[in-house]
Design a protein around this ligand. Structure first.
Ligand code: ADP
Ligand code: MG
Length: 236
């Protein structure tokens, strides 16, 4: 089983070549919209990290992704940049919450929300943060406005699904499970299951994890549709 896992997650030779070939990659090569490129450059980023180089083009093509990369490798931009690019082209008629990002802790939610706001600075994309320690009432009002994206911890989101009238995940087009290993460690497996089942099957899903365990593998099978697996083991 260990050997099978090692083979499974070892980067394919062609991927290694590709990484070398794209080491001079810039954010402009992704053909992103101007407001996003401007935000990225305002934030001081000039070159994508290896995980961003690999995952952004695939995510823009709406592939499901299972990404294993260590802390500090730049996973937040890896999912937020393509998400914001895709949100820019949504029809503007009815406000709908189309993106759900699940994070293990309030602190990581606050961080992710702050990066999402900065990246969306030159757009009209709206984000809502749905974590413990903030007023449920205020969050309920915010969710009722149907922000484009919601960043949430599983526990608090479940509260809203069960108790907030008019809030549902029916319009979710993109689901991100960030730090999946930590969400499971924190005992949120049942909540995660319930949340995933409340989103449309047609969604794009992306799972990020620092480590790959059997439990993460089960979650991948349950929540992702023919995912492309990316494995990056060195920082930036
Ligand atoms: P991870 O989620 O993989 O742990 P983060 O997304 O939190 O990593 O990013 C780690 C650090 O790297 C953050 O301080 C972030 O600002 C920085 N970072 C992300 N992308 C880039 C980039 N393309 N160039 C330089 N620094 C980056
Ligand atoms: Mg992270």
């Amino acid at each position: 089983n260990e050997k099978r896992k090692a083979e499974f997650f070892a980067p394919a030779p062609e991927m290694q070549e590709k990484e070398d070939a794209t080491s001079t990659e810039t954010f402009t090569n992704f053909r992103l919209s101007r407001p996003i490129l401007k935000a990225i450059s305002d934030m001081g980023y000039t070159k994508p990290t290896p995980i961003q180089t690999r995952s952004i083009p695939l995510s823009l093509q709406a592939h499901d992704l299972c990404v294993s990369a260590q802390t500090g490798s730049g996973k937040t931009l890896a999912f937020l940049v393509p998400i914001i690019e895709r949100l820019l082209f949504r029809p503007k008629d009815t406000p709908t919450t189309r993106v759900l990002i699940l994070v293990p802790t309030r602190e990581l939610g606050v961080q992710c929300h702050s990066v999402a706001l900065k990246l969306s600075k030159f757009t009209d994309i709206s984000w809502s943060l749905c974590v413990g320690g903030l007023s449920t009432k205020v969050q309920e009002l915010e969710l009722r406005q149907r922000p484009d994206g919601v960043i949430a911890t599983p526990g608090r989101l479940i509260d809203h699904i069960r108790n907030s009238q008019g809030f549902s995940l029916d319009g979710i087009e993109i689901l991100v499970i960030d730090e999946a290993d930590r969400i499971l460690e924190d005992g949120f497996a049942d909540e995660l299951d319930e949340i995933i089942k409340s989103t449309p099957k047609s969604r794009q899903s992306m799972l990020f994890s620092a480590t790959m365990t059997d439990k993460i593998e089960d979650l991948t099978k349950l929540s992702l549709n023919r995912p492309i697996r990316l494995f990056v083991n060195k920082a930036t």
